[in-house]
Design a protein around this ligand. Structure first.
Ligand code: SF4
Length: 284
């Protein structure tokens, strides 16, 4: 039953773009005047519709399946959960189907079922209580190639964050299949900054950071990225990014780490909740 629920969440994630992302894509379409930008957004919205109506993946690159598990330590379903995630990944690859994307780093041989050493990627967080929440994030490779880390000096600070993000997005141009969603992690160490950046992609469109100062920076970076004019699929236009999400952690006094994770227009996600009595709920 647990494996079934995770397969269902993977299916939902890869076939149905969340409503808030669709809304942002429609708003982007309405805000574009250029013929090419509108044409590209029209095609993206068509792909979204075909995926939803036909229950087929919205993009051929079904990505690397990444799971964020928030596990209540008293849940009776904790044992064997990682095995269930791997099994669900194998089944989803065959049943949906998903493109197999896990290859050996030495030989390049594809495992054929999206599993391998440390793949799918599973991030664990222990919590009080007996509920388990699993977030599924299928992460496209083209956009992941534009993700990056900068170890800034504290004196570069938030101005440095802006410069780094804008420079990276400018350099990547159309490669990450814009309009993108940018996850930015600031603080912690190198590892935590990137993890926070990826986790930020799970936040819904309308959810701004609860700290108003950070929420303001999210809006400012979004505006500056869109002023670059890269546009949908890199062919020019007003919409280079649909959104910017920042997460922060305390940092070492000598470091100012910034992780940037770039997500493409196919900003996919789904969630599974396992209740203490074994009932499961899948949603987006
Ligand atoms: S970057 Fe995203 S939209 Fe582009 S091919 Fe990969 S998954 Fe598909």
């Amino acid at each position: 039953m647990l494996v079934d629920a995770i397969v269902e969440a993977i299916r939902l994630a890869v076939t149905r773009i969340p409503d808030d992302v669709v809304l942002a894509l429609k708003e982007a379409y309405a805000g574009e005047e250029g013929e090419v930008a509108r044409f590209n957004l029209e095609n993206i919205l068509k792909a979204v519709e075909i995926g939803r109506d036909g229950s087929i993946p919205v993009c051929q690159d079904t990505g690397t399946l990444t799971f964020f598990v928030r596990a209540g330590v008293e849940s009776p379903y904790l044992r064997g959960l990682e095995g269930a995630i791997f099994e669900a990944t194998r089944r989803a690859t065959e049943e949906i189907p998903l493109r197999p994307n896990a290859v050996d780093v030495m030989t390049g041989k594809n495992s054929g079922d999206n599993t391998g050493r440390f793949v799918p990627v599973v991030h664990w967080e222990l919590a009080e209580g007996s509920e388990i929440e699993i977030a599924v994030l299928p992460k496209g490779g083209g956009s992941e190639n534009c993700s990056a880390l900068a170890m800034l000096t504290p004196s570069e600070g938030w101005e440095g964050v802006r410069r780094f993000v804008l420079e990276r997005v400018r350099k990547c141009g159309g490669k990450p299949c814009p309009p993108v969603v940018l996850g930015i992690g600031v603080g912690g160490g190198a590892d935590q900054a990137l993890l926070l950046a990826k986790k930020a992609l799970l936040r819904k469109g309308e959810e701004r950071h609860p700290d108003e100062r950070i929420a303001e920076i999210e809006k400012e970076i979004l505006e500056e990225v869109n002023a670059l004019g890269i546009g949908p699929m890199g062919m020019g236009g007003r919409t280079t990014a649909l959104d910017v999400k920042i997460e922060v952690a305390h940092r070492h006094p000598a470091s100012f780490p910034v992780g940037l994770v770039v997500q493409c227009w196919a900003s996919r996600r789904a969630f599974v909740e396992i209740k203490p009595d074994g009932r499961v709920e899948v949603w987006q």
